[in-house]
Design a protein around this ligand. Structure first.
Ligand code: SAH
Length: 221
């Protein structure tokens, strides 16, 4: 899976992309993420990327000429990268369709994604109308930028890519998965058997696989 991220703040991705499972997935080339600094496409001496909104009002809007220059610099991909195919282009916005596990599973099957992170008031609508395939929201609240939503999507997608999770971390039976009928997972317990007076449910200690399975099914919601 190839993911190109267009952002004004590429440094925000350090940490989430450089630790743990996502770092390993990139080392193993299961996930190929390239961060592109939108500022590079800014206009003039000050590399301006935004401007005040037509119609007035507070805040700044990201200019379409700047954002589209960045998108077009990546698509179609350079010859050496043709294997990536045309990217599916996503813009993060509170106006977008709310992200769900089933959409994550579908997106994980794509070969190449382009993620556009808005900032300030967001991007000029003409960018969305002409160059974006899908608008995604990660919930009904407003963040300062699309960078955290991009990291959320990358993280959720990564764990669906075959081989990214080890056997112990399998994505097969977990909350919202098909295997659990899209319900939320049962609770987990580990050692010690008794902790501050609280005991692990007897059934989990019984070794009785069928009963354990029944209990876990009952605990889904
Ligand atoms: N003016 C916009 C908010 C802009 S927030 C409005 O009222 O809807 C700045 C940027 O953060 C957005 O362009 C978007 O890329 C990102 N963003 C903020 N909240 C988000 C959410 N819930 N889901 C996805 N992206 C979000």
């Amino acid at each position: 899976m190839y993911i190109d991220v267009l952002t004004l703040f590429p440094a925000m991705f350090t940490g989430p992309l450089t630790e743990s499972i996502l770092a390993r997935a990139q080392d193993e080339k299961k996930l190929n993420i390239t961060l592109h600094d939108l500022r590079k496409y800014g206009l003039g001496k000050y590399k301006q990327i935004d401007d005040s909104p037509y119609g007035g009002g507070a805040g700044m809007v990201m200019r379409p000429d700047v954002v589209v220059a960045a998108i077009e610099a990546l698509t179609p991909p350079p010859l050496s990268q043709r294997e990536r195919g045309t990217a599916h282009r996503i813009y993060f916005s509170p106006r977008g369709k709310k992200l769900t596990q089933s959409r994550v599973e579908q997106l994980a099957k794509k070969k190449h994604l382009l993620l556009l992170c808005g900032h300030y008031e967001g991007v000029d609508q003409r960018v969305i109308d002409g160059w974006i395939d899908e608008e995604i929201s990660i919930g009904d609240y407003v963040l300062t930028g699309g960078e955290l939503p991009a990291m959320v999507l990358i993280d959720a997608i990564a764990r669906q890519i075959p081989g990214v999770l080890g056997k112990e971390e399998s994505a097969h039976e977990e909350s919202f998965s098909k295997a659990l009928k899209r319900k939320k997972e049962y609770p987990h317990y580990t050692r010690p058997e008794e902790f501050r007076g609280m005991k692990v449910p007897d059934v989990l200690l019984s070794g009785h696989h069928k009963k354990i399975e029944e209990w876990r099914k009952k605990e889904l919601w």
